[in-house]
Write a protein that binds this ligand. Sequence first.
Ligand code: SF4
Length: 471
Amino acid sequence: MAKLAGPMEIYPLLPGTNCKICGEANCMAFAAKMAEHTVKLTDCTPLYEEEKYAKNRAKLEELLRPPVREVVIGTGEKTVAIGGKLVLYRHDLRYTNPTAFFIDIADNLDAEAFEKRVKAIEDWTYVYIGQGLRLDGVALRCVSKDPQTFANAAKKLIGLTDWPIMLCSLDAKLLSAAATAIADKRPLLYAATVDTWSELGKIAAKHDLPIVAYAPNNLSDLASLATTLQAMGVHDIVLDPGTLSRSALGTTVDNFNQLRRAATIADNEQVGYPLLCTPISVWADYKEGDAPELTKWDEVLTAAAMIVRYADIIVLHSLDMWTNLPLTFLRSNLYTDPVKPVSVQPGLIKFGDAGPDSPVMYTTNFALTYFTVESDIKQGNVDAWLLVIDTEGMSVQSAVAGRKLTAEKVAEAIQEYGLGEKVNHRIIISPGMAARISGETEEASGWTVKVGPRDSSGIPKYLQKELWKEE
Ligand code: SF4
């Protein structure tokens, strides 16, 4: 694997003044965080402001350059960054910039249908473990085959949304017309081929636009296209090696694998760019009378396979909850930091009109645990307090086993969040999975511990029947 720079390679190139401007205690601490890519080099402002550090800055930028370059689409607050990957395998560090989902819209839709689809793309959302899952951009397809219609639709689109846009046509004249019309919005151009690179490369270079190089199932043409575009002055390139038919999905996966391995393991700069996949291609085989659900299913399967196999951006047609929900779940799980469990803020949470006589429970700050318990309490429609204990994002069972949830921690949290001042009683309900520390907790806290249900789905019944008050 292309080696990630360690702190001892980074440190000698920093100013070494320990000025703390970056927010770290000294340059060594900054170097250690830089090696983990949890801070940005630009946080060391002296490096950028003082000319004497220019040489070292250039060396550091090269040393820390991700093997897959980052490409930004759009302008303003709604930009989306793709690529920027540092490693082939997530467990080697973490994946950055989650796969961006762009949904297509045809340029020849009537005004009402056009607006409705843009709104549906923007409104698609689902709350999952406390995060709002969303889509990322709109892919405007030239179906009209008319440059004026395509350019007008692009202008109409930027009037309706400030989301990142991708312009799609393999005809250079059509693509150029729309690209020129909305160049200041920095759309992603799809796509330059072996036949159109000259005309489209000039447009991308002139307006500094990101562009896709497309050579289906031909990796050497694709690498040449990327090299040529770069030589023309195009900075932001995305590679599309083709999303072949469902029966050739294995070949599609192989092509993506080869490109990403070449970039990250062999450090081949020629292909060190984000990868684009078009699961929407399955609709090319759709015929009048076919069941659309089967094609949607094919699209989801292709997208899921390619999200796992390094696609940095995908283009989809389906906009149903059932098609995009599993894909956004998959993306969310793949792009979490493998060494940092997803957690919530510890503290004391009030449900309903909880008051001095209301029950008090405790749980851990592992996000999945917290949101499951939260949902079960809300379903029970009861007034209650929930003490969320910092277990470094571990679930109840793992935290008890790993000594991250101990009697002392529960006692400390009771004190820290002033539980004694919120309620008149001194009874706390422990999760069923933490039953084995209930005796120690009583000793450490002075509170009576009632053991609640092992599964939080039992909480509503437990609270409604006021079982916690029984002797
Ligand atoms: S801002 Fe730069 S010079 Fe100052 S402590 Fe941080 S790394 Fe060192």
